[in-house]
Design a protein around this ligand. Structure first.
Ligand code: FRU
Length: 538
């Protein structure tokens, strides 16, 4: 067995070395001449959120390296977002849990690091729960404990040629997640001899009043149960021959969800995998089935592969514990292990996707997950352009009536599916960076083409045209998109297709054309909103 973590992440780091040296050389000789005239170093230090490529309505850490979302829990009016964090560098390293909170999932407050590595290892991914009944006994009178369940990744033996050892541990907080105490008897689940054995995700299983923990064990899922979050019993495993197995399984999430929002309850298992994504690298697959408190059974034939997002930049996503109104709220890390450590941001690396709500809906091929953008994003809407019913020919300028263009847009477009050809949005700026998002009628697929969308020399795996095949037929095509300074999210056909892609243009997008290669295009309605930055008040 190879060491997935150090191998995958180490090789990226090694590949980056020449790039780093080249970059440093270029910086000294050119005195940052090209890029620095757009990024004022002084204002960057005063306001780190003005940097080139800095997401304006997505969460990103103030500085340094971030990967997976962790410990997603809603408690007393706050959504907690912990995340894999390395505070000493902009590449992956000894993992901590960074921390931020939000009341609306849009505006975030950064908080101090929640969990530091210790003698049992780095703090890898995991989840957090509200222990309402104080089953753990960590609560004191009047204080409900938050309990975090995470992987300890111990590298002490690796210098001597051994594998890292992964075990599961817990910590608790009695002050709304502001400070954490690690449990004295950690780890709570020992390693059974499996090298990749991590990313515990815990739910409360009401019918048996017990906690259920799922974790990724190399190429499958393992399920444990506990009365108190401290004593865990192995229950079953799932997936050795199900779904995609091109990479290591990571970051699972198991939850119940109603089909079509009413009636029948199904169980959905989110299972991240790296690599294995249809467009390359890291991706999020899911399974639909039943869970009886012990065993998960897949409803679909084992070879069925279902993917939550066809873009290359949505990984390690999981959902919030206890989100209000029974909503299944998801957030992912907006990157891909193929190039995450090499993307050209300077003081920080990576952002999260927009939060989404997940729903299970009936379709012509059976139940499928859909992803809808978090409704609170509406609060960022500013200036709007409406396109009423029209027949479009050739090219149409979408932003022409926007007085001032800040590169942050929400676009909704609904049109009658043409008989053939493509409908394409061409997004660009004055530097000639070009990003294409389109629907190909003949292939019945969506695509994002970022080949010419800006900087891509940092990785051969970055530039590309990525596709999302539709598994359904539709008469009306619906595209809903969010454009930030360095990302695009497409939610097509009421969320049946999601595509999340990052890109690195030299300046934000200022123009959007609709290209129609078969005339006319019958547009039913369209809207463009310019969005506010979440950092504008800071
Ligand atoms: C997924 C992952 C997890 C692991 C963490 C380490 O991106 O590899 O499996 O816990 O990142 O940072």
């Amino acid at each position: 067995m190879t060491d997935h973590i150090s191998k995958v992440k180490g090789s990226v780091q090694a590949k980056r070395l020449p790039a780093i040296i080249l970059f440093l050389l270029l910086c000294t000789t050119l005195h940052f001449s090209c890029r620095q005239d757009k990024v004022d170093t002084k204002s960057r230090v005063e306001n780190p959120y003005q940097e080139l490529y800095r997401p304006q309505f997505h969460f990103s850490p103030e500085e340094h390296w971030m990967n997976d979302p962790n410990g997603l829990v809603y408690f007393e009016g706050e959504y907690h977002l912990f995340y894999q964090y390395y505070p000493d560098s902009t590449v992956w390293g000894p993992m901590h849990w960074g921390h931020a909170v939000s009341e609306d999932l849009i505006n975030w407050t950064h908080l101090p690091i929640a969990l530091y590595p210790d003698s049992l290892g780095y703090i890898f991914s995991g989840s957090a729960v509200v222990d309402w009944n104080n089953t753990s006994g960590f609560g004191t009178e009047g204080q409900t404990p938050l309990v975090a369940i995470f992987t300890h990744h111990d590298t002490t033996g690796t210098a001597a040629g051994g594998d890292p050892v992964e075990t599961q541990s817990i910590a608790y907080s009695l002050d709304k997640g502001r400070s954490w105490t690690k449990y004295a008897d950690n780890p709570v689940i020992d390693n059974p001899g499996i090298k990749d054995f991590r990313d515990p995700n815990v739910i409360w299983y009401e019918p048996e009043e017990k906690w259920v923990l799922v974790l990724a064990a190399q190429d499958r899922l393992m399920i444990y149960g506990s009365p108190d979050l401290k004593e865990w019993t192995y229950l079953s495993e799932f997936g050795a021959n199900e779904g995609n197995h091109a990479g290591v399984w990571e970051c699972p999430d198991l939850f119940a969800i109603q089909l079509d929002g009413e009636g029948d309850e199904k169980w959905v298992l989110i299972q991240n995998i790296n690599p294995g994504h249809p467009n390359g690298g890291s991706g999020t697959q899911y399974f639909i089935g039943n869970f009886d408190g012990t065993t998960f059974v897949n409803d679909n034939p084992p070879e069925t592969e279902l993917w939550l997002d066809y873009g290359k930049d949505n990984y390690a996503g999981v959902t919030w514990f206890d989100a209000p109104n029974d909503q299944r709220v998801f957030i992912g890390w907006m990157s891909n292990w193929q190039y995450a450590q090499a993307v050209p941001t300077q003081s920080w690396r990576s952002a999260m996707t927009l939060p989404r709500t997940l729903h299970l809906v009936s379709t012509e091929v059976g139940p499928r997950m859909i992803s809808l953008p978090w409704s609170g994003v509406r609060r960022l809407r500013e200036e709007a352009v409406a396109i009423s019913r029209a027949d479009l020919n050739g090219q149409f300028e979408l932003l022409s009536s926007l007085a001032h263009r800040n590169g942050l847009y929400e676009i909704q477009l609904e049109f009658i599916k043409p008989d053939s050809g493509r409908v394409e949005l061409e997004m660009f700026n004055s530097m000639g960076d070009l990003l294409y998002i389109g629907y190909d009628v003949d292939q019945n697929e969506y695509y994002v083409d970022r080949i010419t969308a800006g900087e891509s020399s940092f990785s051969d795996d970055f530039a590309g045209r990525h596709i999302a095949p539709c598994y359904y037929d539709q008469e009306t095509v619906k595209m809903h998109m969010f454009v930030d300074h360095a990302s695009l999210e497409l939610f097509a056909d009421d969320g049946k297709i999601a595509m999340t892609e990052i890109f690195f243009p030299e300046e934000p997008i200022t123009d959007i054309l609709i290209n129609v290669d078969v005339a006319p295009l019958r547009v039913l309605r369209g809207r463009v909103f310019q969005l506010n930055s979440i950092w504008s008040g800071q």
